[in-house]
Design a protein around this ligand. Sequence first.
Ligand code: NAG
Ligand code: NAG
Ligand code: NAG
Ligand code: NAG
Ligand code: NAG
Length: 422
Amino acid sequence: MGSVSLKIGDGTARFKSATVCSSAVHILMLFSVITTNLFALYAFTYSPKPNNHQIHFLNHHHTHKNISLISEQVSLILREIDSSQKKLSQMEKQILGYESIDLSAPNIPNELKLFLQRNQLPLGKDSRTGITEMVSSVGHSCYKSMDLLSNYMNYKPNQACPDDWSLSQRLILKGCEPLPRRRCFARSIPKVGLHPFPLSLWRNVSEKIYSWSGLGCKNLACLNSKKLNRDCAGCFDLGNGNEVLRFVKSRGKNDFLIDDVLGLGSGGIRIGFDIGGGSGTFAARMAERNVTIVTATLNIDAPFNEFIAARGVFPLYLSLDHRFPFYDNVFDIIHVGNGLDIGGRPEKLEFLMFDIDRVIRAGGLFWLDNFLCSNEEKRKNLTRLIERFGYKKLKWVVGEKLNGSGNSEVYLSAVLQKPVRV
Ligand SMILES: *[C@@H]1O[C@H](CO)[C@@H](O)[C@H](O)[C@H]1NC(C)=O
Ligand SMILES: *[C@@H]1O[C@H](CO)[C@@H](O)[C@H](O)[C@H]1NC(C)=O
Ligand SMILES: *[C@@H]1O[C@H](CO)[C@@H](O)[C@H](O)[C@H]1NC(C)=O
Ligand SMILES: *[C@@H]1O[C@H](CO)[C@@H](O)[C@H](O)[C@H]1NC(C)=O
Ligand SMILES: *[C@@H]1O[C@H](CO)[C@@H](O)[C@H](O)[C@H]1NC(C)=O
């Protein structure tokens, strides 16, 4: 079984390839369909050889016997279908690697049991919503990481949470979301020296206000010396580096300027969403233009969320496997760079693209920013996918840049406008 690499926002998670599994499931399904049909064929063509005695039986007896024979066959078929369906779903569960969590298992922490317990509504069925009980859930994939989850849920209620946020991020990257820890006090760090908005957008604050536990780097200088991901090389340096120039000064034809893009939106750009938005510079530049941007990022190798918050813009701690927690057609603009490179099977990118499309309003803009197309096929695939959505291409630039080792790389930048669909 292979393994594919999935880039989520700022980092990489590893997922097992499902191709082998799905062909196994297909074969299994085919097999069960064929067996079921054979049974049906057998039942409807089957006629017991009459012997001499039977021929002399009364006609109504005959009919009766035929009917009971048929009903016997039918129930046999139904039983067979039922049992092969059960077998199939059992095998599917095994192949996917999860069932429901067995709360009676001995190693399940009590806190997890309490969290998942169903609670009847005290006044019975709610007439407006029709619900009768309150239910909490954890992601189904948690089942595959029971050890990590048990570890995570072994904490003392009403006390300080263990300092293990990187453990929770590992669970999230394994698809175990939502996380069930609710009853302890998250570690808090004094946030001293925060600046008022809008000064906060570009002012340095003491790096002591960020949580460095579980990270390789222990200060900003270390982070700035690294290329944390394709859209964040030195992106914590708000003083002298590239970050200050992004979106306001073009370094090549693939870099669009924020003011040009806002101009394309004919004044209607007020709220937006930045996917995999690094240290929040897109949101900061937009804030200067009175546009509110939510920046989705995990904390892969850096305290992205805290840094964005310290700048006075809105961080959203979310993996891209999640359906976005926004209603349909709400955003005027969505910006994404290499966060779109989630790898895996083509459907993975489709899931993401459809969700992006869902939350942009008609007439809203989709800004694809310096997306690296590692090969020609990938560029064609992405182009084909984008074209399926029927967006109007306001800008479309395919350009080449030399990378660190002198090789030429192809980048796609585009600004697209969502059509009205009826
Ligand atoms: C019942 O079955 C016998 C032989 O299988 C057949 O000859 C007979 O016509 C059937 N009777 C009815 C009422 O279908
Ligand atoms: C802010 O910190 C960066 C390093 O992270 C430094 O290069 C820059 O000069 C500092 N800016 C100010 C205004 O202190
Ligand atoms: C942003 O809003 C403030 C307050 O309404 C206004 O003074 C300022 O001119 C606006 N800035 C831009 C770039 O529109
Ligand atoms: C391009 O799309 C085809 C068909 O969906 C797929 O088989 C192929 O793996 C894709 N190639 C890349 C590089 O994503
Ligand atoms: C530059 O691009 C080449 C070919 O795409 C790749 O093999 C190499 O790792 C890249 N180097 C850097 C520093 O990104």
